[in-house]
Design a protein around this ligand. Structure first.
Ligand code: KIV
Ligand code: ZN
Length: 517
């Protein structure tokens, strides 16, 4: 194989990805994703925006302390307080990077910043200089680059490189660019900015027109050396460039792009599942690379071709993205070691205590359903990693219900370890009745923003996975949306667990955050 440029993969799942509505993650979840990203082989992990909230600060700082095999990056606006706070969080990192950004397009200059071109350049240069007093690795992003006049963009890029930026990222903040435009912008920077060789050119594309991956690939063709992306393409609005798609496009069409990445592609599906489970943002079945149907062949002609020669209808091998040809794995008689192995293959490295709990739950589940699939194991492991301190723990329910009249629900929970119960006759059906019982018992009133049920695997005995999003209507919570997830072979029990999960988050309280855009 000929030697080729290596494109740096900058993952921003924990920062831009977390800006997806409803995707906020707790510290344990972020650390788990950061470890999965290290195993995936990404070069840079953007761990958060430290000044945004104490929670963001803590997660950047904890990831900085625990990750040494990748660069750990923190975002900051171009002001002293942001940059100082970012450095405070990043300084324990083996490879820290400060990422400063400032908008440059005329629409942002005029209406958001109320600054002229020279003032924007002066602020950008001051931000980069301050970041460089702390750290040798500084990235600068001219926000909304794709709508910035090319002459001005060249001036900004030259000035920030002179001030010490080692990576210059070109964001298409609003997903407005087209592939040929992106190619032109990167090519122009390479041709017109005299000091461009002193920095890596990066690209950060949003997916508002569904072009984020195509635009990122066009930037690579024009000479970009870093691509910013997220697992499953999550992010602000329509999301970001999807990591798995851009990486597999570069790998599958190496004949065309002539570049490599360091990503261990066999980890793509496990990492995608982990992020989907933690964020509650499920991957559509037909999603490229990691969707359930991505390697399923339905048409008879295709199946026939596949049997004769796989390459007739398959351009990638499922095992290269970490997908097993069959995912039926374990049953009632499987042992602890087999479970630990399977969990690891799915991306979950369990401590002995976590393995013990997962194994106990696995045995209970194996009594309820004959065949245990990868999805079941992922769901069991997930409950370990996303565990928050629980004020309310589901114990059980008794329910009588008939169409046309309100159900009667008796609900039993543990509150800080103490048994409590409540009975209500109310609601429009059993799930509404359970939710009302939970509200009565906890005293927390909510508005339901989303409720989704899906089967974790296949078959009549499949586990139901319920995801709910609630906005607390209790004064003081600020209407923030909280997510909960519950899994059980009994869909009412899964609903009760999901609802209580979200209520536990409300009870824990959460800090307001600043969003960068
Ligand atoms: O989309 C964007 O412009 C960003 C910057 C902060 C890089 O996310
Ligand atoms: Zn972005």
């Amino acid at each position: 194989m000929t030697s080729a440029r290596t494109i740096r993969i900058f993952d921003t799942t924990l920062r831009d990805g977390e800006q997806s509505p409803g995707a906020s993650m707790n510290l344990t979840e972020k650390l788990e994703i950061a470890q999965a990203l290290v195993r995936l082989g990404v070069d840079v992990i953007e761990a958060g925006f430290p000044i945004a909230s104490p929670g963001d600060f803590a997660s950047v700082s904890d990831i900085a302390k625990t990750v040494s095999a990748a660069t750990v990056c923190g975002l900051a606006r171009c002001n002293d307080a942001d940059i100082d706070r970012a450095w405070e969080a990043l300084k324990p990192a083996a490879q820290p990077r400060i990422h400063v950004f400032l908008a440059t397009s005329s629409i942002h200059r005029e209406f958001k910043l109320r600054m002229n071109e020279d003032e924007v350049i002066a602020r950008a240069v001051a931000g980069v200089r301050r970041a460089r007093t702390y750290c040798g690795d500084v990235e600068f992003s001219p926000e909304d680059s794709a709508r910035t006049e090319i002459d001005f963009l060249c001036r900004v890029v030259e000035a920030v490189i002179d001030a010490g930026a080692t990576t210059v990222n070109i964001p298409d903040t609003v997903g407005y660019a087209t592939p040929s435009q992106m190619h032109y912008v990167i090519k122009s920077l390479r041709e017109r900015v005299p000091n461009i060789d002193r920095a890596v050119i990066s690209v950060h594309c949003h997916d508002d027109l569904g072009l984020a991956v195509a635009n990122s690939l066009a930037a690579v063709e024009a000479g970009a050396g870093q691509v910013e992306c997220t697992i499953n393409g999550i992010g602000e609005r329509a999301g970001n460039c999807s990591l798995e798609e851009v990486v597999m496009a570069l790998k599958t069409r190496r004949d065309h792009y002539h570049v490599d990445t360091r990503v261990v592609t066999q980890r793509l599906v496990p990492t995608s599942r982990l992020v989907a489970n933690i964020t509650g943002i499920q991957v559509p079945r037909n999603k490229a690379i990691v969707g359930r149907n991505a390697f399923a062949h339905e048409a008879g002609i295709h199946q026939d071709g596949m049997l004769k020669e796989r390459r007739t209808y398959e351009i990638m091998r499922p095992e290269d993205v970490g997908l097993e040809r069959t995912d039926l794995v374990l049953g009632k008689h499987s042992g602890r070691a087999a479970l630990a192995d399977r969990a690891l293959a799915l991306g979950y490295q369990l401590t002995p205590e976590q393995l013990q709990t997962v194994f106990e739950r696995f045995k209970v589940l194996a009594d309820r359903k004959k065949e245990i699939y990868d999805g079941d194991i992922a769901a069991l492991c997930e409950q370990q990693f996303s565990a928050l301190p629980e004020q309310f723990t589901f114990e059980g329910y008794t329910l009588t219900s008939a169409s046309g009249s309100p159900p009667t629900v008796e609900l039993r929970v543990l509150q800080n370890g103490e048994p409590r119960s409540v009975s209500v006759t109310a609601g429009d059906g059993p799930i509404d009745g359970i939710f009302l019982a939970i509200e009565k018992l906890t005293g927390i009133q909510t508005a339901c923003r989303d409720f989704r049920v899906q089967a974790v695997t296949v078959g009549k005995d499949a586990q139901a996975e319920v995801t709910v999003e609630l906005a607390a209507t209790t004064p003081g919570d600020g209407g923030q949306v909280h997510r909960g997830r519950g899994v059980s072979t009994d869909s009412l029990e899964a609903s009760a667990k999901a609802f209580l999960g979200a209520i536990n988050r409300v009870a824990l309280g959460s800090q307001p955050r600043i969003h960068p855009q």
